[in-house]
Design a protein around this ligand. Structure first.
Ligand SMILES: [Zn+2]
Ligand SMILES: [Zn+2]
Length: 212
């Protein structure tokens, strides 16, 4: 059984997620911790719950989702898992950091590539990789069928969808990803997004203005 904890980090107000099990193993998804106090907040949570970080994952590699990759990887000896199509974005992220005057140090370790439909295991628990491009070329979502939730990155938000005006974004592709990969999940599936509040698939199918 996975427990989920979320933090809201950085001037871009990004949601960082920690999933942890009863064996105190955890997965860190999109560490957006930017300021030192945000990094400390993550460490304090992990220490207080005596967690052992096992996996570092990114839904995609826009700067707000990767600020803390280097710090988490080096602190816990982890390698970064992304979709291969996100590699150029990961490399570009520090450049856009300079452009937006939010500079940061980039992750320089090995990259491990996640594939569509791949299963990620943490103890007895499992996440499935859903390929959900459109907001960015290699955006992926992490679906836990057993506990009916999906971590959707910037693909689907409460009553909104990800922007598609950044390099590699494509509106039609994003709509297709949501229709085919997310709206086909059970309606009670909770959606934990990269920004803002959580929602669920049924509510978004009914009320999301992009699907009227
Ligand atoms: Zn994004
Ligand atoms: Zn974002």
């Amino acid at each position: 059984m996975l427990q989920l904890h979320s933090f809201e980090f950085s001037p871009i107000q990004e949601n960082t997620y920690i999933l942890y099990n009863e064996h105190k193993e955890c997965i860190i998804i999109d560490p957006g911790c930017y300021f030192e106090e945000e990094r400390n907040e993550m460490l304090d949570f992990i220490t207080a719950h005596q967690l052992q970080p096992k996996l570092l994952l990114n839904t995609h590699c826009h700067l707000d989702h990767v600020f803390g990759n280097k710090f988490i990887a080096e602190t816990y000896g982890l390698k970064l898992h992304i979709h291969e199509l996100e590699k150029p974005l990961l490399e570009y992220a520090p450049v856009s950091g300079l452009k937006y005057e939010i500079p940061f140090e980039k992750y320089i370790g090995d990259l491990l590539y996640l594939k569509e439909e791949e299963k990620i295991q943490l103890g007895e628990d499992e996440l499935k990789v859903l390929f959900t491009p459109g907001h960015s070329p290699g955006s992926i979502s992490f679906y836990c069928q057993q506990q009916s939730f999906v971590i959707s990155g910037d693909v689907l938000f409460q009553r909104s969808i990800g922007r598609t005006d950044l390099p590699g974004g494509d509106h039609a592709t994003l709509l297709k990803s949501i229709q085919e990969q997310l709206f086909t999940l059970p309606e009670n599936t909770i959606v934990y997004s990269g920004h803002g509040f959580k929602t669920d698939i049924g509510t978004e199918k009914r009320l999301n203005p992009f699907f009227k």
